[in-house]
Unconditional design. Structure first.
Lengths: 285, 437, 348
């Protein structure tokens, strides 16, 4: 049975008051949720001399580029680094997760579940517990300080969660499809390629957004694995915008807005699919 | 059906290609230096690692690069800077690179323990004693300074500029309004008296921005110097004076008293925001090194009109050295360019170009004073005749783990003002770090 | 999302593989295993291998830049040192307090918003997207804004004046509302003295156990970022509950409020459990937000284990102590996650 949204039949006065209260709460919540973004955007537009704590709520005197021009100039190389890192990492970890999820849900061998649970634990660990040996390892294989090294980190540590999400998704795909394909003589991988992948577009979107967001926003791996500022992702560069002894706050605020833009845009344009996916049980509910 | 597979395949191919391109484009490995092509004063690379990323600092670094270019016009300079935390982020990255055998050619370093205890002891740097002789630096740089970079008779670094740590800055206009004048020196009692006067007039006396805690640790270290004097202060670092001796505890009490006069939002502000408050007049004094001077300049305040300075109460006659220098990495990929770089730093032109922009004073004593403003001339006078002492807050006087322990102990003290616990914590940390019994 | 594996309300029949007799079972199982092997090996190295190495470091003497891998005697001395440090004790206290506030606020607000949005509303989708939006932003990006918002001499305190709250309070004779937020070192509900009754050493602890009020703004900021996600999960969960269930309850005479309280919320219990586990493990590991927003706070009021490990590792170069801290964090997370994982393993 498809669940519909709750529709309450209209009732008189009590529900009117309730309705007004409802909207009051929602509007307050709306303002509260937008408040920090307002602070960042408004202060990003101010001139350096005008940005101070005491005037943080006020609108800028004149809307020029303020800190945005300089922040964009400074952060653009790092935005590129982030993109070069995030896109391959997202695609590779999603694809591997899809393959793993498919195998673990449709082609289980004895002990698969146990092995998978052991792997899943890797998603929950605090990464501080692996930083030191991780760095030594990357240095040994000459990937330390490089973006491919960072991609490797994100792919490996992203495997557990992408596998889980796809496993859940594929569990919802009826086995009959596989049997039907099997009758036609298709092997395991062919079925994956021809049958499962096309079906899993919603899951790819959800997993892709999830990974994109997490990897883009990562700080710890970026700051530890890539020491060269020219190769660093934008979250670390944002931290670098604050100089060692003195800070241009309008540039920092503008930089924060710029650094947040890609994930924000993804949510604005693809968020609908993301939520729809959640609601449709693309991640099995 | 097929279209989707093609799309997927293209995606995969593209991502693999992108990774490969990324790999090719961002190599931080220095090129396998076969010829090391720097026999001639031209070409080659130089990787300079520092935490000078903003405003005046970056400009000053560029000035040094320009001086270097007069020695080697065609070299490619890799400006590897990492910001944040007064260098702590950069140090972390540096340590990791050194541990992995991938050193930059040269890096920014504070003299004293940071240089000798960390990098020299671990064998990461080469001595440059010869340069001091060949460039004549041993004649123009104060012995007290060079001493902080010497171990077993070998010198391991050259300093670009010297900041003074024990300064007290004040908003002159507010003090004038209150009828208070500050003379050449200020004793602790005088300071406390003035502070009480300000409290009576409903003005916060002391501006502190200790987000990250080091600014408050700096206030403590300055006060410590002011109370026990330079000789005993130096004695703390070789173990001859103990952290729970009567004088040190007295200094801790005084520090505790001073904290009563600070602004209530100190833990939310960074040091430069505290200076901003000073300029706005909401509080009057700030104990800070002279990198604060750059803030006044940026806000176009005038020396001795809008703001003034004096040695931190009780520390007249001492100069707390917070200096920045560079080293020669062992197994530096570009040793010859590195030598030229170090020469550029120690040269008169280099120091005269770097320091006015950085806001510090040159390590050399023979520079053209006209290039520097009133504050710096005052500082250079002091540098020439006062006792030079090392700073623990900026890594010179004690090892990194003691520094951290000090920061932690200060954090706790700010809240509970427990002098005995503070002293005991420092004694324990000094023993653990190995420089006290 | 990931955790809604536990929200299975119907038996999952689709992980059963095709019938044995029709396919070459052994070779396909083997093929499957081999295809999965690289992932398992990668996890083995990057997770379990590295953790083992860190455990070794946590038992060693490595405390300066010079690598010293000899084992420290007595063996667990690093852990003893760790727990004797007032700063670490404060971190543990802070983590407990943060977790309680963070989970309480996130779950409460998330559920509340989900319920409020559980109807046809004008601009309902816009509202939902606005509430979910912070989840997309990085902690570092937001920490800067929150630091300003909670600054005691600016930020929210200015709003209290502007919006007339303080004048109102003044009219009533109560003092103005000007909390110190994250700069306030006050600890409420001090329990050291009470503890000293059963455990004498507690009287001498340098760190006061109780509720550091400075943690509250941090919990608010963290909840702001994650409550949208909680809301989305509850919305998803409610969407899977068939309309018949609500109809049945209404027929039985329940008001809307009772439908929620007696029927829907209990049915959402699996979602709540999954969310609780996710939030708990996030709060144990929290780093970026606290680091950029408040640092360690006055008297370590907002310090957390992740910051401690980071500073010990990279500022103090005390690698053995930092590793001990990291391993403790791992154990804490494990205590929460392993039962969760094993129970889901057994169920499905």
């Amino acid at each position: 049975m498809v669940a519909r949204q709750n529709t309450i039949p209209r009732k008189p006065v009590a529900s009117r008051i309730g309705h007004i209260l409802l909207w009051l709460v929602l509007i307050l919540a709306f303002l509260f949720y937008l408040m920090p973004i307002y602070v960042m955007v408004v202060n990003g537009f101010k001139e350096a001399a005008n940005v101070s704590l005491s005037t943080m709520w006020s609108f800028p005197d004149n809307i020029q580029s303020g800190g945005f021009a300089e922040a964009a100039r400074k952060l653009w190389p790092n935005m590129q680094n982030s993109l070069i890192m995030v896109i391959p990492a997202t695609i590779i970890s999603s694809f591997l997760g899809a393959l793993n999820g498919y195998l673990l849900s449709k082609w289980k061998f004895p002990g698969a579940d146990v092995l998978f649970t052991i792997m899943l634990f890797g998603f929950f660990i605090p990464y501080q517990a692996v930083l030191l040996p991780l760095v030594r390892f990357l240095q040994t294989i000459h990937l330390y300080g490089t973006i491919p090294g960072l991609i490797l980190c994100h792919v490996v540590y992203g495997l557990p969660i992408t596998t889980l999400m796809f496993r859940n998704y594929f569990a919802g795909v009826p086995t009959e499809l596989i049997e039907a394909a099997g009758v036609d003589g298709a092997g395991m991988l062919t079925i994956f390629w021809k049958v499962m992948l096309p079906l899993s577009v919603p899951a790819f979107i959800v997993v892709g957004i999830f990974q994109f967001t997490n990897i883009w926003n990562d700080f710890l791996f970026g700051v530890t694995v890539v020491p060269n500022p020219a190769s660093q992702p934008v979250t670390i560069a944002l931290n670098n915008l604050s100089g060692s002894f003195s800070v241009d706050w309008n540039v920092v605020m503008a930089g924060a807005v710029i650094a947040a833009l890609p994930t924000a845009l993804v949510y604005i344009f693809l968020g609908r699919y993301f939520v729809r996916g959640l609601l449709a049980g693309s991640v099995k509910g | 059906m097929y279209r989707k597979q093609i799309v997927v395949s293209i995606f995969l191919l593209a991502s693999l290609l992108l990774s490969a391109c990324a790999g090719a484009a961002t190599t931080t490995e220095p090129p396998a230096a076969t010829s090391a092509g720097a026999e001639q004063a031209g070409g080659g690379k130089l990787e300079v690692f520092s935490w000078w990323t903003s405003g005046g600092e970056a400009a000053a670094l560029d000035a040094l690069f320009n001086t270097f270019k007069t020695y080697n016009p065609t070299a490619e300079i890799i400006n590897a800077t990492i910001a944040g935390g007064g260098g702590s982020n950069a140090r972390a990255v540096l340590q990791t690179r050194l541990a992995g055998g991938d050193p930059p050619d040269t890096w920014q370093v504070h003299p004293g323990y940071e240089l000798l205890g960390q990098y020299v002891a671990s064998g990461y740097v080469d001595p440059i004693t010869d340069l001091y002789k060949s460039e004549g630096w041993d004649k123009v740089m104060p012995a007290g300074l060079v001493e902080q970079m010497t171990k077993d008779g070998q010198i391991y670094g050259v300093l670009a500029g010297v900041h003074r740590g024990n300064g007290l800055w004040y908003n002159k206009k507010v003090l004038d309004e209150q009828g208070i004048t500050i003379g050449e020196t200020l004793s602790i009692d005088e300071f406390l008296g003035i502070a009480n006067q300000l409290i009576a007039a409903d003005i916060t006396p002391l501006c502190v921005g200790d987000n990250g805690v080091w600014a408050s640790a700096q206030l403590f270290e300055n006060t410590l110097l002011g109370v026990i004097g330079p000789d005993k202060y130096k004695g703390l670092w070789d173990g001859s004076v103990s952290f729970d001796s009567a004088e040190v505890k007295q200094a801790m009490e005084t520090y505790g008293n001073m904290l009563d006069y600070q602004n209530s939002d100190h833990s939310a502000l960074s040091w430069d925001q505290a200076i901003q408050k000073l300029m706005e007049g909401t509080c009057v004094f700030s104990s800070m090194g002279d990198w604060a001077y750059g803030e006044f300049v940026k806000a176009q305040k005038k020396d001795n009109e809008d703001f003034g300075w004096v040695s931190h109460p009780g520390t007249a006659g001492s100069f707390m050295v917070v200096a920045d220098g560079f080293v020669m990495a062992k197994n530096a990929p570009n040793k010859d360019n590195n030598t030229l770089w170090l020469k550029a730093i120690g040269s008169k032109e280099g120091q005269e170009a770097f320091n006015p922009l950085k806001g510090s004073i040159p390590a050399r004593t023979d520079v053209d004073r006209a290039k520097f403003g009133p504050y710096h001339n005052w500082s250079m006078d002091s540098f020439a005749k006062d006792t030079l002492v090392p700073t623990v807050v900026h890594g010179s006087a004690a090892p990194a783990d003691f520094q951290q322990a000090l920061n932690d102990a200060v954090t706790t003290f700010i809240v509970d003002k427990n002098v005995d616990a503070f002293a005991a914590a420092l004694v324990k940390a000094a023993q653990a770090s190995g420089f006290a019994k | 999302m990931s955790t809604s594996e536990l929200v299975k309300t119907q038996k999952d029949a689709s992980t059963v593989s095709p019938p044995r007799s029709k396919r070459p079972w052994l070779s396909e199982r083997l093929q499957s295993f081999l295809l999965l092997l690289p992932s398992f090996i990668a996890t083995g190295i990057f997770v379990y291998g590295f953790i083992s190495f860190t455990i070794y470091i946590s038992l060693s003497n490595w405390r300066t830049l010079v690598r010293d891998m000899s084992l420290r005697q007595p063996l667990l001395a690093n852990y003893a040192d760790l727990f004797a440090m007032p700063r670490w004790q404060a971190d543990l206290r802070n983590t407990v307090v943060f977790t309680i506030f963070f989970m309480g606020i996130s779950l409460g607000v998330g559920l509340g918003l989900a319920i409020l949005l559980d109807r046809k509303l004008f601009a309902g989708t816009v509202l939902r997207n606005v509430f979910l939006f912070p989840y997309a932003l990085s902690f570092v990006v937001c920490g800067v804004a929150w630091r300003w918002i909670f600054n005691p001499e600016a930020g929210v305190n200015i709003l209290f004046n502007l919006l007339g709250i303080n004048p109102l309070l003044a009219a009533v004779g109560v003092g103005p509302l000007q909390p110190g937020w994250a700069t306030d070192p006050t600890i409420l509900l001090k329990v050291n003295d009470a503890l000293a009754l059963i455990w004498p050493a507690a009287g001498k602890l340098q760190v006061q156990f109780g509720v550091p009020v400075a943690m509250i703004p941090v919990a608010i900021a963290a909840s702001w970022q994650l409550s949208g996600f909680v809301m989305a999960m509850y919305i998803g969960g409610m969407a899977t509950i068939p309309e018949e269930v609500r109809e049945a309850a209404r027929i039985d005479g329940a008001t809307e409020w009772q439908v929620y309280r007696r029927v829907l919320i209990p049915m959402l219990a699996p979602v709540t459990i999954s969310l609780a586990v996710l939030l708990l493990h996030t709060s144990l590991k929290i780093f970026d937000l606290v680091y950029t927003m408040t640092g360690t706070g006055p008297g370590f009021a907002t310090d957390v284990p992740a910051i401690f490990v980071f500073e010990m590792m990279f500022k103090a170069t005390r690698y053995n102590l930092a590793s001990a801290g990291a391993i403790f964090m791992l154990i804490a997370v494990g205590v929460v996650i392993i039962p969760y994982l094993t129970s889901s393993l057994r169920k499905g």
